[in-house]
Design a protein around this ligand. Structure first.
Ligand code: GTP
Ligand code: MG
Length: 451
């Protein structure tokens, strides 16, 4: 999962809260300190972490409990709201108009991922049927044009550039002329990150900005940077009107807190995150879903939204895969989180149309809350490939995952067995009497494997 480094310490603090009986002032103070430490550990800037922890304490003590909501759920909601307040209030779209040529300009320090992200974005937009062109204005990095050209060729997007031209402003204006003639909808301008010194870099960037007047300037921030990210973001935001942020390299164990603090500093929303080196590894950023994932509790709004006890649906492709008996650990994680949210699997099972519920025996339902949280930590300790069940979990992987999750290797084996059981169960259901009901998403609210 993206930002697993950020999430672990925070979700641990929340898990500890969930495990406590009474919420009193002492616990609130303890939780405040826990969260403060977790935020610092995740590289969130000191002032921001402090402000969030103070808000948490004040709100937890002062705010009146909404009717019918436990103090624990209210606390979780406060943590969630404070977290989303630093990451953005909602998901934001790129400002693109169908009526004119849209110019997007990528800026950021050396190696932050501008060129890779420009190509990822081009791919993303072509999938949405935008006709895209890429321009290389980087005259500093050796092989900059070739790098972008190769990426463009890979995704079938035209690239404008000239390795023999050392005037970035000319390159930008000529490129825009060229692609406007070609009737491109979106032109993405990649800029240099390398210079003799930062002052020159910023100067050049300002000049290009003034000349081409982009619709949106996108600041690319390296998600693996710590607290230094904020200072850099400030320098860029002071020099230009940063319209949006893309945080890169949030795959693996990046903590991301530095980049999130940096984004907060610019007041521009994070619109996408880069989660791998592959050209398709760009995700739209939704702060609410993301905060839920970070806290390890799924979509937290669900906790407070009693009305939302309705349906749990995986997307259609996943549902089809699962019906073939191919369940991934990501699917299981979603199930665990849904179970958390909807008050346990029993409630889900009760909603099943007649027939299916009888074929789920008690042993399948016996996953205790404790097991569930260890299973979640186990899945969080897996790499993406492991989580998507693309690689076999042999002894060394099992031992490594167990160590990361702080459980025994046997616990990991238990989860592997649970997965096998679920797959078997689904296969039986599809073959047997429950066929129609299990297959049709519309008929069944329960599209996840039985445990
Ligand atoms: N793992 C991972 N690597 C990434 C991601 N985005 C970019 N990279 C890698 O980061 C390195 C630098 O990326 P570039 O796109 O060349 O960065 P840049 O900002 O254009 O660099 P300069 O042009 O030198 O300023 C490359 O090795 C990329 O493959 C990401 O989301 N995840
Ligand atoms: Mg580059």
């Amino acid at each position: 999962m993206a930002l697993s480094g950020f999430g672990k310490s925070l979700s641990d603090a929340v898990l500890r809260l969930m495990g406590k009986g009474v919420v009193d002032k002492e616990l609130i103070l303890e939780l405040k300190n826990d969260i403060f430490r977790a935020l610092l550990e995740a590289d969130i800037q000191l002032n921001l972490a402090n402000q969030m922890a103070q808000n948490l304490q004040r709100r937890a003590i002062d705010e009146k409990l909404p009717t019918g909501i436990s103090r624990k759920d209210a606390m979780i909601n406060i943590i969630y709201e404070e977290l989303t307040s630093i990451m953005g209030d909602r998901a934001y779209e790129l400002h693109l108009s169908k009526k004119e040529t849209n110019i997007l300009m990528m800026i950021g320090i050396q190696g932050s991922g501008k060129t890779t992200t420009a190509a990822k974005l081009a791919k993303y937009l072509t999938q949405d049927r935008w006709n895209v062109g890429l321009i290389c204005t980087d005259t500093w990095r050796p092989g900059a044009y070739e790098q972008l050209k190769q990426l463009g060729d890979k995704i079938g997007v035209d690239v404008f550039g000239d390795p023999d031209n050392d005037n970035p402003i000319k390159l930008a204006t000529e490129g825009i002329k060229h692609f406007t003639r070609e009737k491109k909808h979106v032109i993405i301008v990649d800029t240099a990150g390398r210079h003799k010194e930062e002052v020159d870099l910023i100067k050049e960037m300002k000049k290009i900005d003034k000349k081409i007047k982009p619709q949106e300037i996108i600041l690319v921030i390296d998600g693996t940077l710590g607290q230094t990210a904020t200072k850099q973001a400030r320098a860029f935001a002071d020099a230009t009107a940063v319209g949006s942020i893309i945080v890169t390299k949030l795959d693996g164990t990046a903590k991301g807190g530095g980049a999130i603090s940096a984004a907060a500093e610019t007041n521009a929303p994070i619109k996408f995150i880069g989660v791998g080196e592959e050209i398709t590894e760009l995700e739209k950023f939704d702060p609410k879903g993301f905060a839920g994932r970070i806290l390890g509790l799924g979509d937290l709004e669900g906790i407070l939204d009693q009305v939302q006890r309705a349906q749990i649906m995986p997307d259609e492709d996943r549902a089809k895969e699962m019906m073939k008996g191919n369940v991934s650990y990501s699917d299981m994680l979603e199930l665990f989180e849904s179970m958390n949210k909807f008050g346990g699997i029993r409630k889900l099972i009760e909603k099943l149309p007649g027939g299916i519920s009888h074929s789920v025996d008690d042993q399948m339902l016996a996953t205790s809350k404790d097991s569930m949280s260890s299973f979640k930590s186990i899945i969080f300790s897996m790499t993406d490939k492991e989580r998507n069940a693309e690689v076999k979990l042999g002894k060394s992987r099992i031992d490594r995952i167990a160590m990361g999750a702080g459980v025994t290797s046997d616990k990991v084996r238990e989860l592997i067995n649970q997965k096998k059981m679920s797959e078997k169960w689904i296969k039986q259901m599809v073959r047997g009497g429950g066929k129609r009901r299990v297959r049709g998403q519309a008929q069944s609210p329960f599209n996840f494997p039985g445990m």
